[in-house]
Design a protein around this ligand. Structure first.
Ligand code: URA
Length: 237
């Protein structure tokens, strides 16, 4: 037996939060009775109707996607711009996990599993996200050390797990830095560099936990195998 909102989320009908709203507003029926209490327990063997539709357990799908530039990390866009799920042919209610900016490229997990999404985005689990940033200007040891000591963003000190200068080029006046973070605040990497005086001109996420892009080209995706999914769930703290 599980909480009703969790079962609805597992069915893929709505996120857990949306499911809570549906329950509270009297749109969920269990075995013929309207249920409005959030703690109510049920299982898939119960007859559960949400907004009049019977829900069933949805098979989970897990992908990694190499997000190209100019794609919105969302399932829909009011202005009709290209979104991540436009690339997927699945009939499941897939959505991207976490957020990459419009101009950021690289590794994004796409799934219909809210539990995995929570796992990756909850800072408590300290899932490492590795980014490679191209900066305008030549970054020096002093600024790298400032980053390593931590930078206050939104009133909270963010301490990157690692910061490594990969290369710099005096001719084009630019530097390439690899930075590993675990929080995932909005525009976190760009804001961290901004705080030490550098503008990020290109940003790519190369790794989430043990997952890498390997030979996935921008716009391509692949399904995660069972072992990889199991490994991801083993990272819950
Ligand atoms: N940090 C950013 O600034 N942008 C991203 O897209 C991801 C992390």
């Amino acid at each position: 037996m599980e909480r009703l909102q969790k079962i609805i989320a597992k069915s893929g009908y709505a996120s857990r939060r949306k499911a809570e709203e549906l329950i509270k507003s009297g749109k969920v029926m269990v075995n013929g009775k309207i249920v409005t209490e959030l703690g109510t327990k049920a299982s898939f063997s119960d007859d559960i109707l949400v907004e009049g539709k019977k829900i069933e357990k949805e098979e989970k799908e897990y992908y990694i996607f190499n997000k190209p530039r100019g794609v919105i990390t969302s399932t829909k866009d009011e202005k009709g711009r290209c979104v991540v799920t436009d690339y997927f042919a699945s009939n499941k209610r897939l959505y991207p996990v976490g957020r990459l900016d419009y101009d950021t490229t690289g590794l994004l997990i796409v799934t219909n599993d809210g539990e995995l999404s929570n796992l990756i985005t909850n800072p408590k689990n300290e899932i490492e996200k590795v980014y490679v940033a191209k900066l305008e200007g030549i970054i020096k040891g002093i600024e790298i050390n400032k980053l390593k000591k931590g930078i206050v963003l939104d009133g909270i000190k963010c301490i990157p797990k690692r910061v490594k200068l990969k290369s710099y080029d005096k001719k084009s006046n630019s530097s390439i830095v690899e930075i590993t973070i675990t929080e995932g605040k909005n525009h976190e990497v760009k804001r961290l560099f901004e705080k030490v005086g550098f503008k990020v001109s290109k940003l790519k996420r190369e790794k989430i936990a043990f997952l890498t892009l390997s030979n996935l080209q921008p716009g391509e995706y692949r399904k995660l195998n069972r072992k990889e999914v199991k490994h991801l769930f083993s990272l819950i703290k």
